[in-house]
Design a protein around this ligand. Structure first.
Ligand code: ATP
Ligand code: MG
Length: 288
C-alpha cells in the first residue's frame, strides 16, 4: 500500500496541462542516464516546485530504487513491472525526496508487455508537471521508452567512442519520430583531452544543453542515497542541473556567483546557455 492509493482517482488534483514525458537515453552503459534522470526530477521538484513522476524504465537492470533507497520489499512491493502486468500504476508510485517515483522490479520478468508503458503513463499526465523516464542502454529495451516519450535527451561522456555509441539512441528516436531535444555531456574530466562542445555538436547535429563535470561528491550523494541536488545544492553539478531544469520549466537561469564570472575560458560555457535558451522558448511555447 502507498500514499497515492488514498486518492480517489476521479477526485484527485488534476491540472489542465499535460505533463511532457522526457527520457534520458544512450546505447552506452554507465554514462549517467540514471543519475541525470534522478537529478533532473529532484531539481524540477525541489528547486522549481514542480510535480514530478520519475519512472525507472530500465526493465532488466533497474537502479533508481537502489540510488534512492526504495528497496525494502515490504514497503515498495508494487513496481513498474506489476503495472505493466495490469496492476494500476498508482499502486507503484512512492514519494521520495520531494518527487514521486515508480521503481522497477529487481527480479527481471521478461514476459511483460513493455509497449504498454506509453498507455499507462498517459493516464498520469494530468497529475504531474513532468514525467521523467530513465532507460536501459539495451537497444530493445530502449525502444518502448522512446515510444512513450515526447522528447529524449541523449546522455554521453565527452569521448568519441562513447559519443558514437550513445548517438545510436538518437537514431532510434528519429526512426520512431520522437524529437531529440539535446545532448547532455556528463563526466567531463580533462577538457584538453576530450571532445569540446563544438566537436560534439558537429559530430551529432544535436545541440548540447548541459555540460556536467565528473565530481567526487557524487559518490557521497550515492552513499547517502540522496540526489546530489539535495545533498549539496551549491555543488557545480547541482548548479548545472538546476540550469537545465530551469530551461525545462521556462524559468530564467540563476546568475552565476561572482567567482564563477571570473573563471578563465568562461566563453566555453556560453554555447549551452544559448541552446538552453532556445529549449526554454520551445518548452514554453509547447506548454501554452
Ligand atoms: N558527473 C558525474 N561525476 C561523477 N560520477 C558520476 C557522474 N555521473 C554519474 N556518475 C557515476 O557513474 C556511474 C554510472 O552512473 P549511472 O548509473 O547514472 O549511469 P547509467 O547510464 O544509468 O548506467 P546504466 O546504463 O548501467 O543504467 C555511477 O557510479 C554514478 O554515480
Ligand atoms: Mg542506469
Amino acid at each position: 500500500m502507498n500514499y497515492i492509493q488514498e486518492f480517489d482517482e476521479k477526485e484527485s488534483v488534476k491540472s489542465v496541462k499535460k505533463a511532457p514525458i522526457l527520457a534520458f537515453v544512450s546505447i552506452k552503459g554507465g554514462v549517467g542516464k540514471t543519475t541525470l534522470a534522478i537529478e533532473t526530477a529532484s531539481s524540477l521538484a525541489n528547486h522549481f516546485g514542480k510535480r514530478v513522476l520519475l519512472v525507472d524504465g530500465n526493465f532488466s537492470a533497474p537502479t533508481i530504487g537502489l540510488y534512492l533507497d526504495l528497496t525494502d520489499k515490504d514497503r515498495y512491493d508494487v513496481t513498474l513491472h506489476d503495472a505493466l502486468f495490469g496492476v494500476g500504476l498508482h499502486n507503484a508510485i512512492y514519494e521520495s525526496h520531494g518527487f514521486d517515483v515508480v521503481p522497477a522490479a529487481q527480479e527481471y520478468k521478461n514476459d511483460i508487455d513493455v509497449y504498454r508503458l506509453e498507455k499507462i503513463l498517459n493516464k498520469m499526465r494530468y497529475r504531474y508537471d513532468f514525467i521523467i523516464l530513465d532507460s536501459s542502454p539495451n537497444y530493445e529495451e530502449m525502444k518502448p521508452i522512446i515510444a512513450a516519450a515526447d522528447k529524449v535527451f541523449v546522455v554521453t561522456t565527452p569521448d568519441e567512442p562513447t559519443l558514437i555509441t550513445s548517438l545510436k539512441a538518437a537514431k532510434i528516436a528519429r526512426q520512431q519520430q520522437t524529437p531529440v531535444a539535446g545532448i547532455i555531456v556528463n563526466r567531463i574530466r580533462s577538457p584538453k583531452h576530450e571532445m569540446d562542445l563544438d566537436e560534439i555538436e558537429k559530430a551529432s547535429g544535436i545541440p548540447v544543453v548541459a555540460r556536467i563535470k565528473d565530481h567526487d561528491k557524487i559518490a557521497a550523494a550515492t552513499y547517502h542515497k540522496e540526489p546530489m541536488t539535495i545533498h549539496d545544492e551549491g555543488n557545480v553539478i547541482s548548479h548545472e542541473i538546476r540550469n537545465f531544469a530551469s530551461a525545462l520549466c521556462g524559468t530564467p537561469e540563476k546568475p552565476r556567483g561572482f567567482f564563477d564570472r571570473l573563471l578563465p575560458f568562461r566563453d566555453l560555457f556560453k554555447k549551452e546557455e544559448v541552446n538552453r535558451e532556445i529549449m526554454r522558448q520551445n518548452m514554453y511555447e509547447e506548454q501554452m
